[in-house]
Ligand binder design. Sequence first.
Ligand code: FAD
Length: 502
Amino acid sequence: MDHLDAEVVVIGSGMGGSTTALALARRGVDVLVVERGERLPREPENWSPRAVFIDRRYKPAETWEDLHGKAFHPGVHYVVGGNTKVYGASLPRFRVSDFEQTRHLEGTSPAWPFSYADLEPYYGQAESTYAVHGTTGEDPTEPWRSTPYPYAALPHEPYVRHLADRLRVAGVHPSSTSIGVDLRDGGSCIRCRTCDGFPCKVGAKSDAETCALDPALATGNARIATGLKVKRLLTDGTGRRVVAAVASTRDGAEVRVTGRRFVLSAGSANSAALLLASADDHHPDGLANSSGQVGRNFMMHNNAHIACIDLDGPNDVVFQKTLAVTDWYEDGGDGHPLGSLQTLGKVQGVMMKSYATAVPLPVLDQVAKRSVEWLVMAEDLPDPDNRVTLSPRGAIRTTRVARGTRQHAILLKRTKRLMRRAGYDVVATQPFDISMNSHMCGTVVAGTDPGTSVLDGHCKAHDLANLWVVDGSFFPSSAAMNPALTIAAQALRVVADSDLAG
Ligand SMILES: Cc1cc2nc3c(=O)[nH]c(=O)nc-3n(C[C@H](O)[C@H](O)[C@H](O)COP(=O)(O)OP(=O)(O)OC[C@H]3O[C@@H](n4cnc5c(N)ncnc54)[C@H](O)[C@@H]3O)c2cc1C
């Protein structure tokens, strides 16, 4: 059996893993990132809607099971950089209220074990790491900040500028999306149509490989081992310390990875699955699971795509993802939060074909020429019965009945009314199903009480002396904002403010 060793072993090179590795490497810590995938090649197919959305070129063949045991293809990407290689790079901060206990229409969103103020300095550092463009003074719910955005907001194209005017007249306060692309002076972003959902062929998207992993490797303190899937973690005779990760190569050879401290960053579902698969005599229900909470509180937002069609108004936009509406984020008018809206990257006809399979492509192309697409996002409330478990064949099983759906339905209705007032003739809706789990979070939640949470406020497992879990799985609640910047900010906080760095 091959053997690798490092002071800190980080499992997974996505948002959580790569950002943690960068912060550790900058402190001079010897860090090894173990990643099951390989580097995603730069190739013409990066920007082919058919290759990416219809042929699923960058998704694994792996299937998960839903609550009925039915197999589905999950929205995950097992490559260096993880899901950030295809993400939309919309990088907003969560709101102050997202860290506090909040009453929702159908339940309570719990308080986090730390406040917005605790995370705020690290949000600033994460924005710098991921080269975020943004502006203040437009978004009615923006949280306070101690540092300015590193770069000015992306200017809207004329169609989007006009859309913002129409929305203002219709009664809301549209704001610029905070986004991570390299549009600095002399930057490499060419503002193309194939950003949101696609890998970037010119390396101009602020993904975890580009902005965190490669800079970590450049310090000389970090290494990465790719094509190595971690199967389980082993503890010592006391059960209090992780001593090794057992991984396997693509051709089935076993590799043992030892370290003094371990960081699990395999993404919400895989981190929970790995802990469950690491049950041993000291941890019969799974590693770090004395609370019985590992795998529970699986969340993924209540999301829908809408396409708003203006029969008289062609949409000639190239880079559409620059506008957001948060007016109803904290209060939809009755004291309860509703959620947020943001424009998506411009959807092309062939991309609609992945779900509107019966509609002829020329019709979809005509629709796409006149539509603007939005993501309508509401909080998915945590529920211990929504969970990741392992099926008898060892596959990931996600049991989830969405919570907070009434609030999402109200948000959708309100949004459609807004779009009609703004002059759109037809609004078509595509609700997300379990396979569209791109914003998944929860399953290894952080909290102050070891009886009801798996991790402490710095993402260290309550049950173990040297295991941290730093990815979307630590979220105690999902908020209704894109998750990645919050994962990155917490990774920076964990390294700066806990004994992970040694
Ligand atoms: C199409 C799409 C669009 C998105 N758009 C946005 C957006 O605009 N803004 C935003 O904030 N978020 C967005 N997201 C979500 C965002 O990408 C995720 O929230 C974020 O990447 C999660 O970080 P993570 O560290 O939890 O997991 P990931 O980034 O997915 O990283 C997990 C890593 O662990 C590796 N891994 C898994 N299991 C193992 C194992 N057993 N052994 C070794 N390695 C393993 C995986 O290969 C992967 O590299 C989007 C996601 C998708 C799919």
